[in-house]
Design a protein around this ligand. Structure first.
Ligand SMILES: Cc1cc2nc3c(=O)[nH]c(=O)nc-3n(C[C@H](O)[C@H](O)[C@H](O)COP(=O)(O)OP(=O)(O)OC[C@H]3O[C@@H](n4cnc5c(N)ncnc54)[C@H](O)[C@@H]3O)c2cc1C
Length: 479
């Protein structure tokens, strides 16, 4: 029985007898590129683990954008421990300069890697909550000796000595509503809204061709979707952004210091100038509702001025946010702006960094007050769009070393990225010429930070720490 000041001695004895944390497995949540890399590092260090993946296949989130070609070549997309394990199994690495699609990344790298781990990878295992066995967030005495409790959506529970949470952000996209809250009616219209990067020219073509489409967002995902839509005949396209103009998305055209961004922007600008894409600026999505004629989307700007548009489908390319709800009974210390750890926030701030300039970081920057819980991968970056697989791989190398007690290796964090960044439109163009690919995408080589902008209450654009964080954001380094 608990007293008002904590557990009694009898209680503590009972809880420590229930399980010895050091004998338990490490649970990794999410079999994306970073969760699988974590598994590889744990395997190399002889640490028992269980990898829980919500999807019915590995890398279920990457599969969602399987038709999109990434902008970092394979040499930066393969984790070192994963490579060693795979090569020992007879695997031949893909061409180091190849820019894989999401689907290729799975077929040629992630799926073979997962296969090495056999039944340590559990598919269809969605984690619904995590806590400490016998401890809510408030209870302290003996807390660090208590095993973690992991509850799955089917009600089963596991215990673990540590948790590496690599569950990503792809399953928690930002809302359409301009203030970060859902637009009125947004959930009722969910059937008419797709989140970023539908396969417009492939599997999803029927949903778009011949329909009126609204794309909301100012980042690369929006631009990519707009350029693909522009290839469809008889498909009116409207593009809505919060900013007063699309300068941020266009970049500087041919004069842009970042040629990749310039190329993307130049193509997009041409479509807007020709009228192929109708641009709505100062658009603050406020209300969405289905009518007999389609779905009406109403903007209400901070001064109360309204504008509206009626379309058949909406693509919400407003970025992603981490979902910390599963860990709400753990003691997390989150940066108030980005939702990363506080120690990591200044290292990944999109106002200071692009994906190419984020410094190496590891267990120390990822630690929360809740000892033994680490969010890694793109989830660790919260709302910062500066994540790269390569930085995630170094994170999990460091965390696995720490879990093995090898603190020297854990703190020796390194990142071998070229100063020019790892994403290259030059490579993309060369590859397109080589194999006749039409990726429909350019951009992504960010050797300096993007001047991401939000719109102030007066409607003027300006750089802020929350850039890219809310509706209308959605830009990423390479995505
Ligand atoms: C279109 C696009 C292009 C990109 N291009 C590049 C690039 O060129 N180079 C680069 O370095 N990075 C790129 N990125 C960024 C980043 O590297 C990827 O997003 C990468 O997939 C992140 O890996 P992750 O393992 O952290 O998360 P994810 O790949 O998102 O994996 C998370 C996994 O967790 C699972 N999951 C989620 N919730 C739960 C739960 N509750 N329980 C169990 N499992 C769960 C999901 O099903 C998923 O399989 C790109 C991103 C996008 C979207």
């Amino acid at each position: 029985m608990s007293g008002c000041c904590g557990p009694t001695a009898i209680e503590l004895k009972a809880s420590s007898q229930a399980a010895r944390p050091d004998e338990l497995t490490v649970v990794v949540i999410g079999a994306g590129p970073v969760g699988l890399a974590a598994a590889a590092h744990l395997a190399e260090r002889g640490i028992d683990f269980t990898l829980l993946e919500a999807g019915d296949r590995v890398a279920a989130s990457v599969a969602q954008w399987g038709h999109v070609r990434v902008f970092s070549p394979y040499r930066y997309n393969i984790d070192a421990a994963a490579r060693r394990l795979l090569e020992a199994d007879g695997w031949t690495a893909p061409d180091a300069d190849w820019l894989p699609t999401g689907a290729e990344l799975i077929d040629d790298y992630l799926a073979p890697l997962a296969k090495l781990f056999g039944d340590k990878v559990r598919l269809g295992a969605q984690v619904s909550a995590i806590s400490r066995l016998g401890y809510d967030r408030v209870r302290t005495a003996g807390r660090e000796q208590a095993p973690f409790l992991i509850r799955l959506a089917d009600g089963t529970e596991l215990h673990a000595r540590a948790i590496i949470d690599a569950s990503g952000t792809y399953t928690s996209p930002n809302v359409l509503g301009a203030s970060g809250l859902p637009a009125h009616g947004e959930s009722d219209a969910a059937d008419l809204v797709d989140h970023a990067l539908p396969d417009v020219l492939g599997a999803d073509r029927d949903r778009y061709e011949g329909r009126r489409v609204l794309v909301v967002g100012a980042g690369h995902s929006a631009a990519t979707t707009l350029l693909a839509l522009a290839e469809l005949e008889h498909t009116p396209i409207i593009w809505a952004i919060r900013a007063g103009d699309a300068g941020r998305t266009y970049g500087g055209g041919e004069a842009d210091a970042l040629p990749a961004r310039g190329a993307l922007g130049t193509r997009l600008r041409a479509h807007v100038t020709s009228g192929r894409i109708r641009l709505l600026t100062g658009f603050f999505t406020h209300r969405v509702h289905a009518t007999g004629q389609g779905v009406e989307v109403v903007s209400r700007d901070p001064s109360g001025r309204e504008q509206s548009v009626t379309v058949d489908r909406i693509v919400s390319a407003t970025g992603y946010r981490p979902d910390h709800a599963i860990a709400s009974e753990l003691r997390l210390d989150l940066d108030p702006v980005l939702g990363s750890t506080r120690a990591l926030a200044p290292l990944i701030d999109p106002n200071q960094h692009s994906c190419g300039t984020v410094p190496a970081h590891g267990v120390d920057e990822l630690a929360h007050p809740e000892a033994g819980y680490y969010a890694v991968g793109v989830k660790s970056y919260g709302r910062a769009p500066t994540f790269l697989m390569a930085t995630g791989y170094e994170q999990v190398r460091s965390v696995a070393a720490a879990l093995a007690g090898d603190w020297e290796a854990a703190r020796d964090v390194q990142l071998d990225l070229p100063e020019t960044g790892v994403c290259s439109s030059g490579l993309a163009e060369a590859q397109e010429q080589r194999v006749g690919l039409a990726t429909g995408i350019s951009g992504g080589l960010l050797s300096t930070p993007l001047p991401l902008a939000t719109v102030s209450a007066t409607g003027t654009a300006g750089a802020t720490a929350t850039a890219g964080a809310g509706a209308g954001g959605g830009g990423g380094c390479c995505g």
